[in-house]
Design a protein around this ligand. Structure first.
Ligand code: G3P
Length: 412
């Protein structure tokens, strides 16, 4: 029997479902055993995998989040393109089986799939139905509607809004929802050479200036930049709404919160675009690391085949809220009546299928994990009154471009 390992960053409820998938694969056949290992946050998982690769102790499969994808795809020789792994091991592969939004996010510039989409998400707006009813307002579709409703929500005794990740929700997907360019060179997809971040814009300055006004007026809560710093305020009933991952759906359901909740799209500014554009996929994908035996690679291919079967995909989607990555799994969820029972479970995938534009397919920036650190640092300093928005955005742009330039050198 061949044994393989899978490093991932799925904690809590998500980790339980990962373990169920691994157990299901192990029971489904006698040739292979996969062992999932929780390595901490997405950032910690990626750091551990890079260190392990350098020491020749890499796992067979590692989960890498969207922000780290360009770095890993650009690290030639570190991974085996998943498309090659599958076809070399006799597993049928057709990129058209995947929903449009996930098809090319983890592909190289030739359209070859390098990472296997796994937990794909969208940032959505969750709302406490009881809180909005107490305030006599509807869930907002736009930030203008949020501004109009927020004072009544505050008067009803709630913090109107919190969010879980400034870069993902207020920067990266902000650009997609408004079809604004986020980097030169076709958002970085045309190559690392000369790619520059386009964060220092009128629209970013306007949005964060508004967020700071809301914060100062008690209409927005901000408790830190780690993934878990803010959601607790929604869970405990003090915040009426939060922007978070569609992949939070399963965890929220499992918590059995003492109030009714639902979700809707990530708001956009009607002043920038009347109709919002699609978001692009978040979450993470699975990479097969290089340097493993043929037997182990065959085991990884068999696991990926199992993982992408409609039944396993639907189970993962149903239990977590991550979007189904194949058309077949989405159809299965619809046929099973999943969205009639839980309308909030469909928000993420529907948002990925809204109108698209030239800037809505995501971004490809190397060392973007480090750029996120700069964004979090400078945007927090602005929200805490330690710098101006002009200086914050200029600093992110300068440090971001320096990191992008360094990445372009390593990638060549
Ligand atoms: O919380 P997740 O797993 O949906 O991931 C959100 C972001 O895309 C990670 O960078």
């Amino acid at each position: 029997e061949t044994e393989i390992t899978w490093w991932h960053g799925m904690g809590g409820h998500l980790g339980d479902v990962v373990n169920q998938i691994a157990a299901g694969f192990n029971e489904s056949q006698d040739d292979y055993t996969i062992t999932p290992v929780f390595k901490g946050s997405y950032e910690e998982t990626l750091t551990a995998a890079i260190a392990a690769f350098r020491a020749g102790e890499q796992p067979n499969i590692v989960q890498v989040f969207d922000a780290g994808a360009a770095t890993v795809i650009g690290a030639k020789g570190a991974t085996i393109p998943v498309q090659d792994l599958l076809t070399q091991n006799g597993v049928d592969f057709d990129i058209e089986d995947y929903i449009a939004g996930v098809r090319y996010f983890y592909a190289d510039s030739d359209g070859k799939m390098i990472g296997m989409p796994f937990n794909s998400s969208s940032p959505v707006l969750y709302y406490n139905i009881d809180a909005l009813a107490a305030a006599g307002v509807e869930a907002p579709a736009t930030y203008e509607e949020f501004e109009a409703a927020a004072p009544a929500i505050k008067d009803a005794g709630y913090v109107p809004l919190v969010q879980t990740h400034l870069p993902w929700e207020f920067v990266e997907n902000f650009h997609s929802r408004h079809n604004l360019p986020f980097a030169t060179n076709n958002n970085g997809y045309d190559g690392a050479e000369g790619t520059e971040i386009l964060i220092n814009s009128e629209e970013m300055a306007m949005h964060f200036t508004k967020v700071k006004e809301w914060l100062d007026a008690g209409l927005f809560g901000f408790h830190g930049t780690s993934w878990d710093d803010n959601q607790a305020h929604f869970n405990d009933g003090s915040a009426a709404m939060y922007i978070g991952s569609s992949g939070d759906f399963g965890g929220l359901t499992a918590m059995d919160l003492p109030f009714e909740w639902a979700s809707t799209y990530l708001p956009h500014w009607a002043s920038i675009t009347e109709e919002g554009y699609q978001s692009f996929i978040g979450g993470a994908s699975l990479f097969a690391m290089a340097g493993k035996s043929d037997e182990e690679n065959a085991a990884s291919a068999a696991f990926f085949q199992y993982l992408t079967s409609p039944e396993v995909q639907y189970m993962w989607h149903r239990e977590t809220g991550y979007v189904p990555i194949t058309e077949a799994a989405y159809e299965l969820a619809k046929e099973d009546g999943h969205y009639e029972r839980f309308p909030a479970a469909e928000t993420g995938i529907k948002q990925l299928m809204l109108q698209s534009g030239e800037n809505t397919h995501g971004y490809r920036m190397g060392f973007y994990v480090q750029i996120r650190d700069v964004e979090n640092r400078e945007l927090s300093r602005f929200l805490n009154g330690e710098t101006s928005i002009e200086d914050a955005l200029a600093t992110i742009e300068a440090e971001g471009n320096e990191l992008l330039g360094r990445f372009a050198q390593t990638a060549n």
